[in-house]
Design a protein around this ligand. Structure first.
Ligand code: NFK
Length: 248
């Protein structure tokens, strides 16, 4: 199934039969990716008295209750409501689902005791491109990202200057394969989140941050059409399913 997508005067051809899924599966397992010091996701059949809602246990259906945290357990998309007292819901902030996206690969650089993604690195890789969405794959990109236990690891993060740069480039949607665009332990500073959403200026209510993606190595850097879908939770964040389509 082929589609031609026109954005202003530019036409992009994509093959909808060739989706490139950059989300992580969310599993009820200790080996599911995890951050923020909580346990693993749980998926359990409902139990009422002696009845267990599992076909294996004699019920006519499987009927599971799921317990998880969108920020801690996998690919999720969040809006500015993640850091504001006022309630903003991702289901109300994200109202369009197709975007022109650029995928870049960055090796975070050592700054003091931290690894960071700098403005210079992004500037160099983006050149003069002005995509609506930026997808950042960090190096090294091993498959253990899908099961990594990130708590207390001081993962790499985006500098405030880099996030500010993305805002000035008018990038609306930022996607990254780390648990957060910010430093794990920053005493609540959340500098990159705040710079990207213009927290101290005019809130960018339509801008979103998607964290905990996984971009397989077989997908090369370049321009794509991104389909960014969430589950319709009225909450600051929802599990999400970003899918790329190569521009032919
Ligand atoms: N970096 C923050 C903590 C933080 O961002 C956070 C803590 C617990 C659960 C989620 C968090 N942030 C992102 O989703 C801090 O050190 O205060």
């Amino acid at each position: 199934m082929n589609a031609t997508i026109q954005v202003n005067s530019k036409k992009y051809k994509v093959d909808l039969n060739k989706p490139l899924d950059i989300s992580m599966p969310l599993r009820a397992s200790k080996s599911n990716a995890n951050a923020w010091y909580i346990g693993a996701p749980e998926i359990q059949p409902v139990e009422i008295d002696d009845w267990v809602a599992s076909v294996k246990k004699g019920a006519s259906i499987n009927f599971n209750t799921i317990q998880f945290n969108p920020h801690a357990h996998g690919t999720h998309t969040e809006c500015v409501g993640h850091i504001t007292e006022k309630v903003y819901s991702i289901n109300k902030c994200l109202k369009k689902f197709f975007f022109v996206a650029e995928l870049i690969t960055v090796a975070p650089e050592l700054q003091g005791e931290d690894y960071v993604i700098s403005k210079q690195q992004i500037q160099f890789l983006l050149k003069r491109k002005m995509p609506q969405a930026l997808v950042i794959r960090t190096m090294p990109n091993t498959t253990d990202k899908k099961s990594r236990q990130y708590s207390n690891t001081n993962w790499a993060y985006l500098t405030e200057e880099a996030a500010e740069y993305l805002k000035t480039k008018n990038i609306q949607h930022l996607l990254i394969d780390l648990p957060s665009v910010d430093k794990e332990k920053d005493n609540g500073a959340l500098l990159a989140h705040k710079a990207f959403w213009d927290y101290n200026g005019t809130l960018r209510k339509e801008a979103t941050i998607t964290e905990f993606i996984y971009v397989p190595n077989k997908i090369s850097d370049g321009s794509y059409i991104l389909n960014l879908q969430i589950a319709p939770f009225e909450n600051d964040a929802s599990p999400s399913k970003p899918v790329l389509y190569k521009i032919e």
